[in-house]
Design a protein around this ligand. Structure first.
Ligand code: 5AD
Ligand code: SF4
Length: 482
């Protein structure tokens, strides 16, 4: 386990080992020495700032970056005016890219004041050749670029960047490697994301993820269990199992395991109280999974089931591998087996070729599935994906009108659904002091809804029975009960 590694014991007089993770421990020791020397020269600690864009996968990756930065002696800074700044980027929609370009100019301002500042970019956007080219020509002050496949090499890349006065670029097309046992620094002490697999093989026609995250690779169950057991020892009560399509977990392992089997094993871990997962693909959500969820006390009764579109024609063009009817039948089955389940979804509006009739199919599914909440997205053309080449891209004003109608419908249904729990007593994991009112704490129900209740910081990380006194649409006001 990485916690046991003693960087003082690493011999830096020899060459770096070839095997992982030992090689990275070597570079951590080397980086630490360099940082100590730089700090002595400056007469102060060196600071870092990690900004994460995008999904929970990126958030988890950032925890690994922070783990290494802290291990080698950087201290966290509240602002981007730091000695080392990393942007962990997202490219799933175009505005995510634009945000990064916008902020880079602002970072350069800080670098002009602090010449030794290092700027690194990593994550999904860096997997795109055009992006790296653009940074090489227009943002030459960037020091380090790496991608999603070699994040485990961060300590080594950091040493390269510290030693070089040129831009260091290391982006891999794909990998079959999974390196275990590296440091991490969790954002929350009591809950954690846990990667169970990486990559995606589904190639939905609008989606860039399979191109930037590579092919599906599952971690071995024993490594996942081991990680969760260690997290629990360290105070974690809730885990979120992460994968682009958790339903295909374990298919390609030497000894194949299903996602439901993995869940059963995780369910048995003593001290763990809540299990969440994200994201299952509707095309292969198994009966076995529903069965395991139904009987588990720990697996939160919440399924995020991305719909994307309610039109069978569009679902085909999106390469989603299910029809409107199959999706609705799945929703019915889930609701029958797990009546108190919370269902949430992702929906894209304005996919190429979407007619008013297609859109009304989406509205129809939203009406019938009664989502507890939904993320709604305007279709964004990602070059390199099949959909980007499709004819019939939809005019902006039409998309905007549909988007507004959809959002209204989603919100009306969500508010109605939320109302159902008013007056009930539910378990709440308290997560933080309320941002607006320090006499309140904020926590989450098993179905992921937010609850504010009177409390104090000692409650953080613990689960309480809370009466949901009032529903405010997207959140509840509650009070603890015995
Ligand atoms: N345009 C808009 N939304 C997209 N998503 C993925 N690709 C695109 C795109 N090109 C949405 C999907 C997915 C979520 C994570 O992002 O709804 O489920
Ligand atoms: Fe993208 Fe589809 Fe894979 Fe999800 S399942 S990451 S939407 S390709």
């Amino acid at each position: 386990m990485y916690n046991d590694i003693d960087l003082d014991a690493v011999d830096l007089t020899i060459d770096a080992p070839e095997t992982e993770p030992d090689r990275q421990y070597y570079f951590m020791a080397k980086a630490r020495k360099m940082i100590q020397e730089l700090a002595a020269k400056k007469g102060r600690n060196l600071t870092f700032y990690v900004k994460t864009f995008g999904c929970q996968m990126n958030a988890r990756d950032s925890e690994k970056l922070v783990g290494i930065l802290e291990k080698v002696g950087y201290v966290p800074s509240d602002s981007e005016e730091a000695d080392f700044v990393i942007y962990n980027t997202c490219t799933v929609r175009e505005n995510a890219n634009n945000k990064v370009y916008g902020r880079l100019g602002y970072l350069n301002g800080f670098k002009k004041k602090n010449k030794e500042m290092l700027i690194a970019l990593c994550g999904c956007m860096m997997q795109e050749t055009e992006v790296v080219e653009k940074i090489k020509t227009s943002y030459r002050f960037v020091d380090l670029i790496f991608g999603t496949h070699n994040i485990y090499k961060f300590a080594e890349l950091l040493v390269n960047a510290l030693e070089s006065d040129k831009m260091v670029i290391d982006v891999w097309k794909d990998t079959d490697k999974i390196v275990e046992d590296l440091p991490e620094e969790r954002k929350y002490s009591f809950k954690s994301g846990v990667n169970i697999m990486f990559g995606c093989n589904n190639f939905c026609s609008y989606c860039i993820v399979p191109y930037v995250r590579g092919r599906e690779r599952s971690r071995e169950p024993k490594d996942i269990i081991n990680e969760i057991e260690n997290l629990v020892k360290d105070g974690v009560v809730e885990v979120m199992l992460l994968g682009q399509n958790v339903n295909s977990y374990g298919k390609n392992l030497e000894n194949p395991v299903t996602f439901a089997e993995l869940l059963k094993e995780i369910d048995a871990i003593e001290g763990l109280e809540r299990i969440r997962f994200m994201t299952p693909h509707p095309k292969d959500l198994s009966d076995e999974l529903i069965e395991v969820m139904k009987h588990s006390k720990k697996i939160c009764k919440h399924i995020h089931l991305p719909l994307q579109s309610g039109s069978t024609k569009l679902l085909k063009a999106m390469n989603r591998q299910y029809t409107k009817e199959q999706y609705l039948a799945l929703v019915d089955k889930i609701r029958k087996e797990i009546p108190d389940v919370a269902l949430t979804t992702d929906i894209i509006v304005g996919f190429p070729g979407e007619t008013e009739e297609d859109f009304l199919d989406t509205m129809d599914v939203v009406q019938k599935a009664e989502y507890d909440s939904a993320f709604t997205f305007i279709y964004s053309k990602r070059s390199g994906t099949p959909a980007a080449k499709m004819e019939n891209q939809i005019p902006e004003d039409v998309v905007k009108d549909r988007f507004d109608r959809l959002l209204k419908q989603v919100q009306t249904i969500a508010a109605k659904k939320a109302e159902r729990l008013t007056g009930k007593v539910e378990k709440v994991l308290v997560e933080e002091i309320n941002e607006q009112d320090a006499h309140l704490v904020t926590g989450r129900l098993a179905n992921n809804s937010v609850v504010h209740l009177p409390g104090n910081k000692d409650m953080i990380g613990k689960i309480y029975n809370v009466c949901l006194k009032e529903c405010k649409g997207f959140y509840y006001l509650g009070e603890t009960v015995e």
